[in-house]
Design a protein around this ligand. Structure first.
Ligand code: WTA
Length: 664
């Protein structure tokens, strides 16, 4: 078994609410009538009907949606399913950039704003569909000049500027496979990803802005590519004007190459199953997984889920606050909105820069109608105080969304009342890097919502909560969340590692995709996510593997052994606690605690920095040598143990717990 599967946890709660308060959450909020009247799907009856139709003949359902896009060549069949390998729309050819950009340029939308961008310092840019098309076409020509061929991998490492969207779309246009690496990741993380994907080219920025200062990204790339033999060139976009070293023959300025490129570019029509992107995400073992998504199926579900979950209309100004370095940014900042011809807002910086009202100020000034953000941000806003929100006019908002982690009812209610003024439905969307798009979510004009649940699966999506033996759980019984039928935007494999793909997702349950999440289904069939049941942790909405952090720790010369577990945290959802055994010669070095935290930050990135490091004489293990993580989790959350005190080696209680664990 690939995952160290735990029994389904209790509801992963933050804030002061207890598990029982979530279990007894009975409040229900029907969609406002005015909203429903204008919605694409306006009643539960319509949802039920569509769901039943799609369940009866999923292939006909997906084909009906796919027909709304441009295919250069039609498909021979809708689905070729050789479990666990799916081919959607085999035989067809298309280009997702053509569908996201050219199609709108050929319509009345050509002068509609595609991207409204605001920099951290308040600078603004608007790209219409026509302008986006021109820039993407030009940059696609740049990629060709750089020798990029269909199927080549291209790494992208830059902050949230419009050129990031342009780079992503241009890769898709020429059939190259993009791999966006979050600009908060460190050099080592870039090296690891670039070597795994064997990227030929890196597109980066000189620097990025963060809370009034700048980070030199090019220096980080220079450090990363000392050990990446596949990289032939680096294209550097000037954003902050950092001092950078440009290496002859290797490094090229974005603006120089754009100066050489023609405006016109013919998109490369590729097979529906042609790889579109690789996005690395954390798993149960140390090495990040390269989640591979392909073109046609991803396009169909990213676009369709966006349309219905966000009930998108041409007048909307939609804002997803996620970074393009994560899957949410891929599907619901770039592809979903653009495939629908929507206007999207893109913001470069931090939510609390220069002050805690930056988001609300942006909403007021740009008249944002739909806001999609993460529970961790909501909890931070609650802490900062309502006055930052209420001093702005947020009346343009009509719909709110959340993603990335369970939202606790208290945060949900605050979002509903303080931000949404009790008039905006909330879509709590459950999905994963692997699923490519939202799978479980309310449809805002139809589904009555309850604080803390992502409610029901979208039409065409068959999810269930099952026991260890794969049998469905009873109502409200905790179990494992699985997906019972293939869906178009599912990952196709883990890049270069089919075995890991099969083991991670398809070996726990027969013919079902295992999500790694614990859940329960209530009497209305609503899904309540209870958090991960493997060694993946959600920290501030970012997914991290505890073993990744462990690998980084043991790479430090002072560390003999390390185990990392999570503890519920009011603000971040989860905090990381590292239990570290030092080598003898380093024992007693008090400075090491900070050194180790910084070391992890350098190895992976600041998001992975342990919140707390505890010294341990030895780690508790079973007789077979397995670290007893459950015990460490209990220790990490225990109220009695504070700060420095580590009593791992001599507690009778622990002995007892250890014995219990062994018996399991
Ligand atoms: C968690 C982010 C509860 C879950 C799109 C999942 C959620 C993991 C929700 C995927 C939600 C995501 N409610 N939990 N609405 N959305 N999760 O790959 O544990 O970064 O497995 O994708 O986040 O994280 P990932």
């Amino acid at each position: 078994m690939a995952t160290d599967k735990q029994t389904p946890p209790q509801q992963q709660e933050s804030g002061s609410e207890s598990i029982s308060s979530v279990l007894s959450e009975k409040r229900k909020f029907p969609p406002p009538t005015e909203f429903s009247n204008a919605a694409h799907i306006s009643s539960m009856e319509d949802y039920e009907k569509l769901y039943a139709e799609a369940a009866k003949d999923p292939e006909a359902y997906w084909a009906g949606i796919a027909e709304q896009f441009h295919w250069e060549k039609p498909w021979e069949k809708v689905l070729d399913w050789q479990p666990p390998y799916a081919k959607w729309f085999p035989g067809a050819t298309t280009n997702i950039c053509y569908n996201a950009v050219d199609r709108h340029v050929n319509s009345w939308r050509k002068n509609k704003a595609a991207v409204i961008w605001e920099g951290e310092e308040g600078d603004q840019r608007v790209l219409t569909y026509a302008e986006l098309h021109r820039q993407v076409s030009k940059f696609a020509n740049v990629l060709k000049i750089a020798g990029v061929k269909p199927g080549d991998r291209v790494a992208i490492y830059m902050g949230m500027v419009p050129e990031l969207v342009i780079a992503v779309l241009a890769c898709a246009r020429v059939g190259a496979v993009h791999n966006v690496i979050f600009a908060g990741f460190a050099a080592h993380a870039i090296t690891e990803r670039v070597n795994d994907s064997k990227a030929k080219l890196i597109i980066c920025a000189d620097g990025t802005r963060r809370r009034g200062s700048t980070i030199n990204l090019k220096n980080i790339v220079d450090e990363a590519i000392v050990n990446t033999p596949s990289v032939r060139s680096v294209i550097v976009l000037k954003v902050t004007g950092e001092e950078v070293n440009m290496h002859d023959g290797m490094d090229h300025w974005w603006h120089d190459l754009m100066g050489l490129a023609m405006d016109h570019n013919e998109p490369e029509f590729v097979d529906a199953e042609h790889p579109l992107f690789i996005l690395y995400t954390s798993g149960s073992t140390g090495k990040p997984k390269g989640i591979l998504h392909t073109t046609g199926g991803y396009m169909v579900h990213a676009a369709n889920s966006f349309k219905y979950v966000f009930d998108i209309k041409d007048e909307d100004i939609y804002w997803c606050t996620a970074d393009v370095g994560w899957i949410t940014g891929h599907s619901y900042l770039v592809y979903g909105p653009l495939l629908n011809g929507a206007t999207l807002m893109m913001y470069e910086g931090a939510p609390n820069y220069p002050q805690w009202d930056r988001f609300w100020d942006i909403i007021n000034r740009h008249k944002i109608t739909i806001l999609y953000t993460a529970p961790t941000a909501i909890r931070a806003f609650i802490r900062a105080g309502d006055e930052w929100v209420t001093k702005h006019d947020l009346s343009s908002l009509r719909l709110l969304g959340t993603v990335g982690e369970p939202i606790n009812p208290k945060a949900w209610m605050w979002y509903h009342t303080v931000v949404g003024q009790e008039k905006c439905p909330i879509v709590d969307t459950w999905w994963q890097t692997e699923t490519g798009g939202i799978l479980v979510s309310p449809l805002p004009g139809a589904t009555p919502t309850k604080p803390g649940t992502a409610t029901r699966p979208l039409p065409g999506i068959m999810v269930d909560v099952v026991r260890k033996d794969g049998e469905p759980c009873k109502s409200n019984e905790g179990g494992y969340l699985v997906i019972k039928k293939p869906w178009p935007s599912m990952l196709r494999t883990i890049y270069g590692d089919n075995k890991r793909y099969e083991e991670t997702y398809w070996s726990e349950f027969k013919d079902m995709y295992f999500t790694g999440d614990g859940a329960r289904k209530d009497e209305d069939g609503y899904i309540w996510i209870m958090g991960r049941v493997d060694d993946v942790v959600n920290v501030s909405g970012h997914r991290l593997g505890t073993s990744e952090v462990e690998s980084a720790l043991v790479a430090h010369e002072a560390v003999a052994e390390a185990a990392v577990v999570s503890r519920p945290d009011d603000l971040k959802g989860n905090a990381l606690i590292a239990f570290v055994t030092l080598k003898d010669e380093y024992q007693g070095d008090m400075k090491l605690r900070e050194d180790l935290r910084n070391h992890v930050s350098r190895e992976i990135g600041p998001i992975a920095k342990p919140d707390e490091i505890r010294w341990a004489q030895g780690l508790p293990k079973t007789r077979s040598g397995k670290i007893m993580r459950r015990l460490l989790r209990e220790l990490a959350s225990s109220k009695e143990i504070k700060g420095d005190v580590t009593t791992l080696e001599d507690s009778g209680v622990l002995e007892q717990l250890r014995e219990q664990e062994e018996e399991d």
